[in-house]
Write a protein of this length. Sequence first.
Length: 673
Amino acid sequence: MSHFTSEDEALLQSMLRQLLQSVKEKITGAPSVECAEEILLHLEETDENFHNYEFVKYLRQYIKNTVGPVIEEETEKCTSAQNQGEISGYDTLVQHLTNKTRESKEYGEMMHALKNVMMIVVESLINKFEEDRMHDKELDSKAKKEHQSGYYIDNCSDSDSSFNQSYAFMSQDQLQLLAERLDPIQPKEVRQEALQTLCLAPASDILSSESWPSLRKHLTISLADPDAAFSEKILRFYAKTFSSSPFNMTKEVYTSLARHLELYFLSGEYSLHISAGLDVSNSDVNRLLKKIRLLNEYQKEAPSSWIRHPEKYMEEVVESTLSLLSVKHKANHPASPDFLSPMHFLALLDIKAVWFKKWTHAYYSRRVVFRLLERKYKSLINAAVQQCLDYFEVCKAAHNKNSKVADFSQQQCSDMQSFSYTGPELQYIYFVHSLCLLGRLLIYKQGQNLFPVQLKNKKDNVSITDVLVLFTQLIYYSPSYPKAALAEHSDNYSPESLVVEILQVFCDQTGCAAECLYTDAVIGALLHPVQSLLSGTEVYINCLETTLLDVADILARIAASEDGLSLLLYGENEKSAKDSLTAAHVIVQFTKKLLHDDISLLSGSVLMPVVKGAFIFVCRQMYRTCEGLQMLIPYGLHESIAEAWRKTSLLSERVPTPVTDAGSNSSISQESK
């Protein structure tokens, strides 16, 4: 059966077509022809129905009939040889059989015959494909004459035609023609048809073609098409490309989308302002948010693959992003403080700046991001610092007037049903994004090197210490909630919790803590509410207990490190520390007052025992060393702790022991009340 008849060829062609139809979805999703070949080569490993395909069954039977006798003959020889001790072991036997079979005349003839017949079968399939394609083209041309609407009409619904369309790998000439037809000067109908054809072609063919630069240019312009349905189709094409193509190709689409958005924000068409708020249900706004969301999704996914590609690809993505986000600060843009910038939209979709966290996670990308920020886009850092300063000024002004700041941390940010945002809400969301971005930036040495920054409305430069003092002051100047209330919310966007989270990360990073946290100015800002309570100054803090717990948490983390403890005990300058009370003295004095219940503002507070415990733990972190113990002994803290413990023990002894007698339940309840 080493020779095939014409009937065999027709049967093989039919079975091969059937096999390809069955795996069509797998191959269609492949980003390139090479990937499609890999899928077919490993089909047996990935497809559980592999052995049920007629084509596979036919080949198995053909091989069995052709080389089966050879295998049987060799098996008998090997068995007798094995009995005589010439061949030992199962693996050796299999290897011997395989080699003998492949060296046999029958095997050579079989492979030769298979190769010849499959060449004929594949050639026939290709010819059939060309015939079907020409047939489709004729039908399409006919349909265009009959219907002047210009929309793409698929008259070829039979399985053969749809199969062929799925594998219509386009030639350079066809792609060039598509590029010409997508030109904005072309009639709407022509562009619609070209776009429909483009969506059917494999993304890898399009992005690697010589016509891609002109296609990219026309697609970028067409994204701004007034016809929402048309621009929506382009966006879908971009989304499909992002999900099915490698990074070196998708960066072309990403930069195209980023460039389109940059041109849109710079154009006269865009006129959204912060003061007017934002109605998300508006169709134009909704479409803009879809584009930025697609951009943001790619921003968060790209870092997982860009290390496998040359740095220039990543740099293009980073630069196109930073260029878009700095639109407000470009020389050709009329800078208006009321301008609703791309950064506001990005903050709406990614409030905690996860994209920036992912971009700076690895040194490979972090180096590029910080280099570009330093050389060309430092205005973005300035804007983030300015946003934090502006919010702090609002909080401070309200604090001085003894009035409450409008709190959006759990109002709009966690309200998924909201379809509109007011101006202050938009500014708050941008503030949270800026706070998270700066918190991430300052972790790294390259980010710290971007400071100091110069702001337009400030005479002096803003240093890292200034930013950290600002962060710390936000803990007690901004609106806050009790810990119990915050526990109900899985996502908390209050400035206090965000700042504490940032400072906790700083404490865990030795280099970052030494550079940013370990200064007298930051410790002084952290101890401000403590010193106010010690001196009896009136304190306007929304939730004093929560603030004190946060302060104690950060102080304990600082005291846990050698350098941090040294700062608390002696200050930055040990010589001048002899003439003034250092942070350690302030902390231990406050802890003693807490233990003696000598803080009037906290008397009767439910959280008072928790606050006491938190500050005792800070003291414990200090007196665990000889230096710390030597400094704290004169205060007799151990006596205060012992006295507080005796009081607590006496109180606990007065509480009646619960009994099982039902009749006494009411009396116990009354007594405890």
